[in-house]
Design a binder for this molecule. Structure first.
Ligand code: TYC
Length: 108
């Protein structure tokens, strides 16, 4: 095989490969927070629309948020989690609701 990389480049490639192999992407949780004003059926719609939950699961998560203050919508790589949280808040503001949605780095 012809030599296409210098020794330095080979070393750099091996270093990059070590990182890629060793590190799965950090995962982020997307959370919904409770408030006193957003209607329950709107939250259920958000969970179905943005997180592909079925009606039953959406209702359970909404009640969990309502009773416990927050609830888990899903776990995603950083960029997807942040984009979903932004989309949810933007959609909520368009409908004049104060619903808050956060993306946080997962502990696990
Ligand atoms: N607490 C709201 C109400 O009583 C309902 C609600 C549920 C709001 C979940 C936000 O993330 C939420 N209308």
């Amino acid at each position: 095989m012809p030599q296409i990389y210098t020794a330095d480049q080979e070393e750099l490639l091996q270093e990059i490969n070590r990182h890629v192999e060793a590190k799965p992407p950090a995962m982020y949780v997307v959370l919904l927070l409770n408030d006193d004003y957003t209607p329950i059926d709107f939250v259920e719609d958000v969970l179905q629309r943005f997180f592909k939950k079925d009606a039953d699961e959406a209702s359970k998560i909404t009640m969990q948020v309502h009773q416990q203050g927050q609830g888990l919508c899903g776990m995603f790589p950083k960029d997807i989690a942040e984009s979903k949280a932004l989309q949810v808040e933007s959609f909520s503001r368009q409908h004049n609701h104060p619903l808050q949605c956060l993306a946080e780095r997962s502990e696990s």
